[in-house]
Ligand binder design. Structure first.
Ligand code: COI
Length: 354
C-alpha cells in the first residue's frame, strides 16, 4: 500500500546540463540532474522524493551488496518535433518489474507509483531528453534490498529508485556474436526471465572472454544441452528464415523483452509469419550455410535493433548476407523509431506522453 502519492521535490542548484554533449551522448555514462527514491518499510512504500542525483549512503552490511537482491528495468523517452516527451510502453516495464520482484522475494512496486514517479522525474528533467537522431533518454528504475543484515532471508526494508540519462546507440554498428556452449546464463527454474543483477554478473566472464576473441556478444544456449539458442544477454534474438520471423519462446530462462514483444506484434501487423519456438543451433548454422537465413538481429531497449553480421560457432565464423541489403530489421527499427518519436501512428497505444 502507498501511504501517499505526494512526491517531495528538492531541485538541484547547479544543473550539469550545459556541460553535456546532447548530440552524441555515450550510453550509460551521463546522468540527469535528479533521481527518484522511495523507501519500503513496515509493509508500505513511503517517503516518495525527487532529489539531486548523487551517491547513496549504504551500510557495508547491506544485503544487496552481498546477496544480489536487486532488480531493474530499462526504458526510453524520446522528444517529438514539437518538443513533447514520449515514453515507450512504460506500463509493460512496471509489470515486468513486478514479475522480477515476485521471483526475487521483493515487495511489488505498484504500477501507479512507478508511473507517477517516472512522470514527475522526467517532467523535472525534460531538458535532458535529447533530440538528435539515434538518441533517447534512458530511464533506469531499480529496486534494492536495504537491510543491514549478513544472513540469507528477504529484507524488511527496500528502496525503489529511478535514474535517467541521455544515451546514443548501445551498439554503434552491426555486431559479431559467438554461440556459447560451455558456460550457461540461465537454467530452467532459475532467474533467467527476471531482470536481476546476478544474471548479468554471471555472464561477465564468458562475455569478456568472447570480447577478447573479437566478438561483441554471446548467443547463450540452453543450460542442459547447449543445443538451443536462447538470448544474447543484452538483447533477445530474432532470425528471418525464409521470410519468417523466428525467435525462441520467452520461457523461464529468457528475458521477456518488451522490444521483442513489440517486434513480434509489428511483424504480425504486416502479415509476416512469426514462429516462437525452440531454435536449434544447428538450424541457425544450416540456414546461414544454405542461404535461407536472411537476417539475424538482437532486440532490446538499449540495443534497439542490433543487426548481427557474423555468428561464430565451434571455431568457425559464419558470415551473414550483407547487412546493407536487409529489409526486415531495418523496417522494424524505422517503425519503432517512428512510433517512439511520434512520426508514425501508434495503433497499439504503446506511447505514454509525459
Ligand atoms: C536494456 O536493454 O535496457 C538493458 O537493461 C540491457 C543492458 C545491456 C543495458
Amino acid at each position: 500500500m502507498i501511504e501517499t502519492m505526494d512526491i517531495s521535490i528538492t531541485k538541484t542548484t547547479a544543473s550539469k546540463l550545459p556541460s553535456v554533449d546532447m548530440e552524441n551522448p555515450q550510453f550509460g555514462k551521463v546522468y540527469s540532474d535528479h533521481m527518484f527514491l522511495a523507501d519500503y518499510e513496515d509493509g508500505e512504500w513511503k517517503d516518495l522524493r525527487i532529489v539531486p542525483y548523487g551517491d547513496l549512503s549504504i551500510s557495508p552490511a547491506n544485503t544487496t551488496l552481498h546477496y544480489a537482491s536487486t532488480i531493474f528495468e530499462g526504458l526510453k523517452a524520446n522528444k517529438t518535433e514539437n518538443g513533447d516527451v514520449l515514453v515507450f510502453r512504460p506500463d509493460a516495464n512496471a509489470k515486468r518489474l513486478q514479475l522480477s520482484a515476485e521471483r526475487m522475494c521483493m515487495p511489488a512496486v505498484p504500477e501507479e507509483l512507478f508511473m507517477n514517479a517516472m512522470t514527475e522525474l522526467i517532467r523535472l528533467d525534460k531538458d535532458w531528453v535529447p533530440s538528435a537522431p539515434g538518441t533517447s533518454l534512458y530511464i533506469r528504475p531499480f529496486q534494492i534490498a536495504m537491510d543491514p543484515y549478513i544472513g540469507i532471508r528477504p529484507s524488511d526494508k527496500y528502496q525503489f529508485l529511478i535514474i535517467t540519462g541521455p544515451v546514443g546507440a548501445y551498439y554503434a554498428e552491426p555486431v559479431k556474436v559467438k554461440i556459447e556452449t560451455k558456460y550457461t546464463r540461465a537454467a530452467a527454474g532459475g532467474t533467467g526471465f527476471a531482470k536481476t543483477g546476478g544474471n548479468y554478473a554471471a555472464a561477465l566472464k564468458p562475455a569478456v572472454d568472447a570480447q577478447k576473441e573479437g566478438f561483441n556478444q554471446l548467443i547463450w544456449t540452453d543450460g542442459k544441452t547447449h543445443e538451443f539458442v536462447e538470448e544474447s544477454g543484452t538483447m533477445n534474438l530474432m532470425f528471418i528464415i525464409n521470410d519468417t520471423l523466428v525467435t525462441a519462446p520467452a520461457g523461464d530462462t529468457i528475458l521477456h523483452g518488451i522490444t521483442r514483444g513489440s517486434i513480434i506484434q509489428l511483424a504480425k501487423d504486416k502479415g509476416m509469419k512469426v514462429e516462437e519456438r525452440p531454435v536449434r543451433v544447428t538450424e541457425v548454422i544450416d540456414a546461414i550455410k544454405d542461404g535461407s537465413m536472411q537476417e539475424a538481429f538482437g532486440a532490446g531497449t538499449a540495443a534497439t535493433v542490433a543487426q548481427i553480421k557474423l555468428i561464430h560457432h565451434e571455431g568457425v565464423d559464419y558470415e551473414l548476407p550483407p547487412v546493407s541489403d536487409w529489409k526486415y530489421s531495418a523496417e522494424f527499427l524505422n517503425t519503432l523509431n517512428g512510433i517512439k518519436t511520434g512520426q508514425l501512428p501508434d495503433p497499439h497505444n504503446w506511447i505514454y506522453k509525459i
